[in-house]
Design a protein around this ligand. Structure first.
Ligand code: B12
Ligand code: SF4
Length: 493
């Protein structure tokens, strides 16, 4: 009988996190399945609505399965969940080996050691290292020479596992180990932030991004590696055969190789004319052209995130994003003209950002033709360049904010300056959706059948409350606008 392995996707403590089939652990399961009987568990369902980590459920699973190894995949915002679930595993089965991986351990290769219940971390891509680790555990040997593996005592520098050299050789993620239709439930939000109205999944057609944005983590390397169009189509064919109606591309930078991106659109338009496509985590809009927009629409693309982040030239330089905003405005226009709904992303509250700079970003985005906008709190994560800047400005404030609810005043900026970032965000949302008839356009574009779905009403309620709060004049009157964050941060430091 094959040894059992349980792979868990941890979840953040958030009211309305987006759920998505857990691509990382599905790929790892596919890589392990020759050696092991693998099971998958996505904690996102049980933590929806800011519920605590499902420790009882994991204890019961461990008691039933008695796995030889448990792997937990975690982002930094999922650290508390990861630690709680590792403890649940060891409480029932101390002999089970617990290994963690994903963006959090990759960004902070030793921080997981605060949990006595975790045995190893595997930093970087786990496709080759995890099967090797399992072989060593099964053979009762101490794992040796596994690049990226970090034990409980060794000192750094810890190098990541090398980037997989040939993405075409990766297996198709183990869709048979999840119930993909469970994700299509309008009670939950999918990655586009909308109620999950149809069966959907993510596909990652490339890994790595050569840009060096200071807030971004280098999980999958700095060299762009793209799958061939044929290999991408194998995966698209496989998910369509499972009943998937909408594919979300989650590459770091899908449009880095523009000819490849266009060839993928052409192939999808030809083979799957009814498939819908979306880019929930954002395109780099200064690297696309009008033909890209037209082909995207022809391939079924209805939604694209546009990563703008800031309209301040000073901050674009400071965070090393170096985005050409004229090109971005033009690209938004091309996509909107083609019929692709764009949602632009703005980050508010960079270390040293002034309130005038935030205002410039809000005005810029209101002035574009983008249909929707999301205003995020800046979270300077340890392991990123931005974290170093945040530590210069207000030591400790960044670390304290990583487990906070995404949109609260427990943000780095609010902690460092006393200025209510939540208030600035709420007002920005209100101003944005009241401009250019956007609110009515969003309603108009939402099919009537979703108007009374739980998820849609909840989304409306969420924004309604935020907008109403944005109107309250007495919230967040910490400092005058011109005294601003930068001055306050300098004082604080
Ligand atoms: C798609 C995506 C999203 C989607 C969906 C997220 C979701 N529901 O989980 C959306 C757009 C909604 C999103 C939101 C956010 N995201 Co996001 N997102 C991504 C993106 C682009 C791809 C993730 C993915 O599907 N990867 C595909 C699989 C194949 O990769 P993987 O999971 O990393 O797995 C590989 C390795 O990490 C490793 N591995 C993974 N797990 C394990 C476990 C074990 C045991 C082992 C050994 C190995 C291992 O092996 C795998 C195969 O090689 C990544 C960028 C990136 N390069 O990873 C950012 C990224 C994960 N997001 C990030 C962030 C910060 C966020 C937000 C917190 C942003 C915000 N402030 O709102 C939110 C919160 C997400 C949440 N949990 O609710 C950061 C995380 C940084 C960090 N240190 O935590 C990343 C890394 C972006 C970046 N480059 O900085 N995100
Ligand atoms: S362009 Fe996107 S993926 Fe690349 S470094 Fe910047 S934020 Fe990260």
């Amino acid at each position: 009988m094959k040894p059992r392995v349980l792979l868990i996707k941890a979840a953040p403590k958030a009211d309305r996190p987006s759920l998505a089939p857990p691509l990382g652990i599905m790929l790892l399961a596919a890589a392990l399945r020759d050696q092991a009987d693998v099971r998958l568990y996505d904690a996102g369902f049980d933590m929806y609505g800011a519920a605590p980590p499902p420790v009882d459920k994991v204890r019961a699973m461990i008691a039933e399965l008695r796995p030889i190894m448990v792997g937990i995949s975690a982002l930094t915002c999922e650290r508390e969940c990861m630690i709680a679930l590792a403890a649940a595993v060891k409480a029932v089965s101390p002999e089970t080996v617990v290994v963690v991986g994903g963006p959090y351990p990759t960004a902070e290769p030793e921080a997981w050691r605060e949990s006595p219940d975790i045995d190893w971390a595997l930093c970087g891509e786990g496709d080759e290292g995890l099967p090797k680790l399992l072989r060593a555990i099964v053979a009762g040997e101490l794992p040796r020479d596994i690049p990226g593996l970090v034990d409980r005592v060794g000192t750094g520098p810890h190098l990541k596992a090398p980037a997989h050299p040939d993405l075409d050789a990766l297996p198709i993620p183990a869709y048979d180990l999840i119930d993909i239709h469970r994700y299509a439930d309008t009670r939950f939000r999918n990655q586009t932030g909308l109620p999950a109205y149809t069966t959907y999944t993510s596909i990652m057609t490339s890994r790595g991004c050569p840009y060096k944005c200071g807030y971004c983590h280098d999980v999958l390397g700095k060299k762009f590696r793209g799958m061939s169009v044929e290999r991408v189509m194998q995966e698209v064919d496989a998910v369509v055969a499972l009943g998937v109606r909408e594919v979300h591309f989650v590459d770091d930078i899908f449009n880095f190789d523009l000819p490849r991106a266009k060839a993928i659109f052409r192939a999808i338009a030809e083979r799957h004319p009814k498939l819908r496509l979306a880019f929930p985590n954002g395109l780099r809009a200064d690297r696309l052209d009008q033909e890209f927009a037209t082909l995207a629409k022809a391939a079924g693309c209805w939604y694209a995130g546009i990563a703008v982040e800031t309209a301040s030239a000073r901050l674009q330089k400071a965070i090393q994003k170096h985005l050409n905003l004229d090109k971005v405005s033009r690209a938004i226009g091309w996509l909107e003209d083609a019929g692709v709904r764009t949602r632009s992303f703005i980050m508010l509250g960079f270390p040293t950002e002034t309130e005038d700079e935030m205002e410039a970003s809000i005005r810029y985005i209101i002035g574009t033709r983008t249909s929707e906008a999301s205003f995020f709190n800046v979270v300077p994560y340890a392991g990123s360049e931005l974290y170093l800047l945040a530590e210069d400005v207000k030591p400790g404030a960044a670390s304290e904010s990583t487990q906070a609810p995404f949109y609260s005043d427990e943000s780095f900026y609010s902690r460092a300056t006393g200025v209510s970032l939540e208030k600035i965000r709420d007002r920005a949302i209100l101003r944005f959706y009241l401009s250019r008839g956007r609110f009515f356009k969003v309603l108009w574009r939402t099919p009537l059948k979703f108007w009374f779905s739980a998820g849609f009403l909840e989304t409306l309620g969420f924004f309604g409350v935020r907008a109403a709060k944005g109107l309250m004049p007495w919230r967040g009157r910490g400092r005058s606008r011109r005294s601003g964050g930068a001055a306050a941060m300098r004082e604080a430091s």
